[in-house]
Design a protein around this ligand. Structure first.
Ligand SMILES: NC(=O)c1ccc[n+]([C@@H]2O[C@H](COP(=O)([O-])OP(=O)(O)OC[C@H]3O[C@@H](n4cnc5c(N)ncnc54)[C@H](O)[C@@H]3O)[C@@H](O)[C@H]2O)c1
Ligand SMILES: CCCCC[C@H](O)CC\C=C/C=C/C=C/[C@@H](O)[C@@H](O)CCCC(=O)O
Length: 270
């Protein structure tokens, strides 16, 4: 899929991985709507991108993804600005075992909210032109990061929800692909949480184990993860795919099939 003329909406775009996804989308010709709760960082990034790609390539929209009203408004303003939405990346996320309800609200509830809004705008049955959604989970969505059990739960939820919605989209012929990105440790601000008793809370005493995992796994550059993101966006054969990106390499994850694949069964009548 060529990205020229395509429009993307990225949450948590102001820094870290969201910034990396934004830059690779712009480099390949897309226009990008940047959503972030950090207004200062978002405005600063917009100024930088204006210089690199031109002012009409992006729009920055202050948005707290936990607010249904703000996220809906951001989708509306994106359409007003660019006239279409082809790509949505639900990337915004935090790690805070003390504020675990907010962690669930951002990392999982807002991914559901962003996915449903994306489908509302993109699915063919509601007049959309189709598109692709990439939800950002983590390797912690595939196995426990023991010092962060709620963060782990949210990322497992993103994997499960996204795979299920991808099946819905296939069966209902939405014309929208839904994929999941599972990066390992990556050099962004969130990594500092591993040392921070304020965010690991009651599990702070386990941080040395997580630090050892980080040392053993190595730390990715944002650009390495962005390449995996680009694959999930542009490969039109990928729907319901889960891409794990680690220093050891990048691989699509396969899952055990516990129950018969109903979609493949001709007896399923819709
Ligand atoms: N860095 C890693 O090691 C790593 C690995 C795997 C997955 N991830 C995931 O990647 C995503 C991006 O994280 P990152 O590493 O770039 O961290 P980061 O902290 O650098 O960036 C997160 C961005 O999300 C924004 N954000 C936070 N809460 C928000 C809200 N309520 N509404 C809107 N924006 C909000 C922040 O302002 C920030 O710009 C997260 O979902 C994270 O869980 C990170
Ligand atoms: C406090 C660190 C903040 C970074 C959190 C990021 O989301 C990065 C998490 C990176 C790795 C998590 C590792 C967990 C791994 C193990 O549980 C292992 O079982 C995972 C196995 C995955 C697989 O090979 O299928």
């Amino acid at each position: 899929m060529s990205l020229k003329g395509k429009v993307a909406l990225v949450t948590g775009a102001a820094q870290g991985l969201g910034k990396g996804f934004t830059r690779i989308l712009l480099t390949h010709g897309a226009k990008v709507s940047l959503l972030d709760v950090n207004e200062a960082a978002g405005a600063e990034l917009k100024r930088s991108l204006d210089g690199d790609f031109g002012a009409d390539s992006t729009v920055f929209l202050p948005c707290d993804v936990t607010s249904d009203a703000q996220l809906k408004d951001a989708f509306r303003r994106t359409l007003e600005t660019f006239g279409r939405i082809d790509i949505v990346c639900n990337n915004a996320g935090i790690l805070d075992e003390n504020a675990w309800e907010r962690t669930v609200s951002i990392n999982l509830c807002a991914v559901v909210r962003g996915t449903y809004l994306a489908l509302q705008h993109m699915k063919k049955e509601s007049g959309g032109q189709g598109g692709v959604i990439v939800n950002v989970a983590s390797v912690a969505g595939l196995g426990p990061l023991l010092s962060t059990p709620v963060y782990t739960a949210t990322k497992h939820g993103v994997v499960g929800f996204s795979r299920a919605i991808a099946e819905v989209s296939k069966v209902c012929d939405y014309g929208v692909r839904v994929n999941v990105l599972c990066p390992s440790f990556t050099n962004t601000a969130i990594l500092s949480n591993i040392e921070d008793d304020r965010t690991t809370g009651q599990f702070a005493r386990l941080k040395d184990i997580s630090k050892k995992m980080l040392q053993d796994a190595g730390v990715l550059d944002v650009s390495e993860v962005a390449e995996g993101f680009l694959q999930l966006v542009t490969d039109e054969g990928k729907n319901g795919s889960v891409l794990m990106v680690t220093k050891a390499g990048t691989a699509y994850v396969t899952f055990p099939q516990v129950v018969k694949d109903l979609v493949a069964s001709p007896s399923v009548v819709l």
